[in-house]
Design a protein around this ligand. Structure first.
Ligand code: PMP
Length: 402
């Protein structure tokens, strides 16, 4: 029996459902997809059956400058050898906070945690602490983590858990205005994604008019504009993702790519929220780990040196153009959405992603790991050669799809 099947059988006995969360291949993924991997380098992955893939998921975002990036690993390893956790943080926490405050234009302070959901939750608490008001507006269908306040997908969360989290429609000014006016005087903050990157949907870039209106409402209501840059951070911009729209958040949440896969999340904020941040008690046993912070500084260096967002955009555009040409030639209607560095590929008339799943399964057999209904991720480790080899694989996958 192949190793992946053997591990899946063993996992089914000791891990509920066989696997959990976004990395379970048992939920709406191609049957060809492996569950387990054993090696990762650059933009390449090897599964436990020995198959190699050019990877377009990047661990769902954390890998941004290549798996096992020698410079970033060396920085983390050197810090780890000296000290990782202790009774207090290492000096690198100050270095990293200074670095982020220099680089991100709205940021006047920084603090650190482990996961994106820590960061978004801290932002919510900080917004409430400053305003002494309870309500946060959250876009319908947006993902801000699996913690109870943000979890609309599963059992285990009582419905009244969400009473202070009121919905609005992303990019829809009327819906935003209505949602805000309903909670006038009680609004602590509005949380927004960098762009609409809801899984299972075509992606939508942020309408600048919408972004400016969010800022206006927050200013008028003395509420926090919270930018959830966990997924898009450092891929669209070296600044916060809404900076290109001319809109600064008060608070921003970061995670995933900031330390190239070492566990680290960050909350950045402006002067207005500094005092409030000192009023909330948030912490975690591993939040002060020094090695991921050293990795983050090196990751920022690497991304600045090559202008990471621009490089990923160019490579993503090359992939997008190639896929478009192939789909036309093979007679398949595809819809590509989102920024090129975080592309989504779906098929027309394919509401249950059945064609997408079949296509991705065929591409995986040719050595390329795509996703049928979630946005994908480019990295600075992808090369033009990788894109060329990817397109050879997808050409074959389109041909076999018929
Ligand atoms: N916000 C966004 C936009 C995300 O994409 C994610 C993770 N997919 C989170 C928050 C939560 O991050 P984490 O899984 O690291 O807790």
């Amino acid at each position: 029996m192949e190793r992946d099947s053997e591990l899946k059988d063993r996992a089914a006995r000791v891990i509920p459902g066989g696997m959990y969360g976004h990395m379970s291949v048992l939920k709406r993924m191609p049957p060809e997809y492996p569950q387990f991997f054993e090696r990762a380098e650059g933009c390449h992955l090897w599964d436990v059956n020995g198959n190699e893939y050019i990877d377009y998921m990047c661990s769902y975002g954390p890998m941004i400058a290549g798996y096992a990036n020698p410079r970033i690993c060396a920085a983390a390893d050197a810090q780890r050898a000296q000290m990782d956790i202790a009774n207090g943080p290492a000096p690198v926490i100050v270095d990293l906070a200074e670095r982020l405050v220099d680089q991100v234009s709205h940021a006047e302070w920084a603090m650190f945690a482990k996961n994106g959901n820590d960061a978004t939750t801290i932002c919510v608490m900080c917004a409430r602490a400053r305003s002494d008001k309870p309500v946060i507006l959250v876009a319908k269908g947006a993902y801000h983590g699996a913690q109870p306040w943000a979890n609309y997908m599963s059992k285990g969360t009582p419905t009244d858990e969400h009473q202070y989290f009121q919905p609005y429609e992303f990019n829809n000014v009327t819906s935003l205005d209505e949602a805000a006016s309903k909670v006038h005087g009680r609004l602590a903050g509005i949380i927004v994604s960098a762009f609409r990157h809801d899984a299972g949907h075509h992606q939508e870039l942020t309408d600048p008019k919408f972004a400016h209106r969010v800022r206006e409402i927050c200013d008028h209501e003395e509420a926090a504009l919270i930018l959830d840059d966990v997924r898009a951070g450092l891929r669209l911009s070296l600044d916060a993702s809404w900076s290109a729209l001319g809109v600064n958040p008060d608070l921003s949440a970061w995670g995933k790519g900031i330390a190239n896969g070492e566990p680290l999340a960050a909350v950045l904020g402006n002067e207005l929220y500094r005092e409030a941040m000192t009023k909330i008690f948030v912490t975690g046993s591993f939040w002060y780990q020094a090695a991921p912070m050293a990795a983050a500084i090196e990751t920022l260096d690497v991304l600045n040196e090559v202008n990471g967002p621009q490089l990923m955009e160019r490579l993503g555009q090359q992939l997008r153009d190639g896929l478009y040409e192939q789909a036309q030639r093979h007679g398949h209607g595809i819809i590509q959405s989102g920024p090129p560095q975080m592309p989504t590929l779906m098929f027309e008339d394919d509401p249950r992603a059945e064609t997408g799943i079949a296509f991705c399964g065929l591409a995986a057999k040719e050595g390329v790991y795509l996703h049928p209904w979630h946005n994908m991720f480019l990295s600075t480790a992808h090369t033009e050669d990788d894109i060329g080899r990817t397109l050879e694989a997808t050409d074959e996958a389109f041909r076999k799809l018929g």
